[in-house]
Ligand binder design. Structure first.
Ligand SMILES: NC(=O)c1ccc[n+]([C@@H]2O[C@H](COP(=O)([O-])OP(=O)(O)OC[C@H]3O[C@@H](n4cnc5c(N)ncnc54)[C@H](OP(=O)(O)O)[C@@H]3O)[C@@H](O)[C@H]2O)c1
Length: 289
């Protein structure tokens, strides 16, 4: 029997993966790849997404279909395993919408295959009742992934190809290296970081990160960088950052792909970032506890 081939697959049936898969399924076939076969069977039986039962075309590692395009939506610590799975689906390209920087990992894991990393402001969270979409947001994809942008947009998830995707990723990284670890460390909502006693630390993280990101292609000057971070903290004032949620749930965080990626960039530029080094160690210590 011929192996099934889907136009699109998502790897990672978590909060955002299920939000995207449920939307995409309204516009065409989408394969959802779970961590194991038992999870895939549960997903086929149905999961509540936005209060509605969604019966995914779900697969585990034992019986993977093929797919033209694959979107990675696992946490960054699982990137390499998910990339290997994606590769075995014989795709035309693999694109990550994860936070942090994983582009280099994907390239190394999938030589000869078009890979890339986009960004999304879509949101979702999950609890015992299922997945709760928190907005369709905007998704920016690297050049070459036009077909993925078309499918997302057709499903009501606004998406487009962004020629300056590297700069857009760095702008998101700037926000993530400032807000995520600080909120996680102090157990506060994003909005609280705009005020004393956290504001000085927030500004220090931004000011330290900016020259490194700027040298790597960030298209913001120092003042615009500060304003960008404050604007996001304001727009998401009531939110608990994903890193805070991970720490509170005793899960591994995405600090390696966020602050770790910045520190590696700084190391390559011969620059020391003491504030980021310290917060990296403190979040790592929380993960171990
Ligand atoms: N949620 C949001 O609002 C949001 C917004 C923007 C960006 N993001 C980014 O999107 C990524 C996913 O976030 P999320 O909130 O959806 O995380 P999540 O809820 O933890 O979902 C990740 C899913 O991937 C599964 N998984 C892990 N390794 C796998 C593998 N090798 N093969 C197949 N499935 C695997 C996990 O299974 P287990 O449960 O068994 O571990 C889990 O179901 C992260 O990088 C996050 O920063 C999230």
């Amino acid at each position: 029997m011929d192996t099934l081939r889907f136009p699109l697959a998502i790897i990672g049936a978590g909060a955002l993966g299920l939000h995207f898969a449920a939307r995409l399924a309204t516009a065409g076939p989408v394969a959802l790849v779970a961590r194991n076969d038992a999870q895939a069977a549960a997903l086929r039986a149905g999961t509540r997404v936005g209060g509605v039962l969604f019966q995914a075309q779900a697969f585990g590692p034992a019986a993977l279909p093929r797919a033209d395009w694959v979107i990675l939506l696992v946490k960054t610590g699982d990137t390499l395993a998910a990339a290997a799975t994606a590769r075995s689906m014989a795709p035309r390209g693999i694109v990550s919408l994860q936070n942090g920087l994983v582009d280099h990992l994907l390239q190394a894991a999938c030589p000869g295959l078009p890979t890339g990393q986009g960004i999304t402001t879509a949101g979702a969270w999950r609890d015992a009742d299922g997945v709760h979409p928190a907005g369709t947001g905007d998704t920016l994809l690297p050049p070459g992934f036009e077909a993925v942008a078309e499918r997302l947009t057709a499903a009501g998830l606004p998406a487009r190809v962004e020629p300056e995707i590297a700069a857009a990723r760095l702008a998101k990284l700037l926000v993530n290296v400032a807000i995520n670890p600080l909120a996680a460390l102090h157990g506060v909502t994003n909005g609280a970081l705009r005020e004393a006693p956290y504001r000085a630390a927030l500004d220090a993280l931004v000011d330290e990160a900016w020259p490194v990101l700027r040298a790597a292609g960030l298209a913001l000057d120092a003042e615009a960088a500060r304003q960008r971070v404050i604007a996001v903290a304001t727009a998401t004032a009531a939110n608990r950052a994903s890193m805070l949620q991970d720490v509170q749930a005793g899960r591994r965080t995405e600090i390696d792909a966020i602050t770790g990626a910045l520190l590696e960039m700084a190391r390559q530029q011969g620059i020391d970032l003491p504030a980021h080094r310290e917060i990296f160690s403190r979040i790592k210590a929380l993960e171990v506890d």
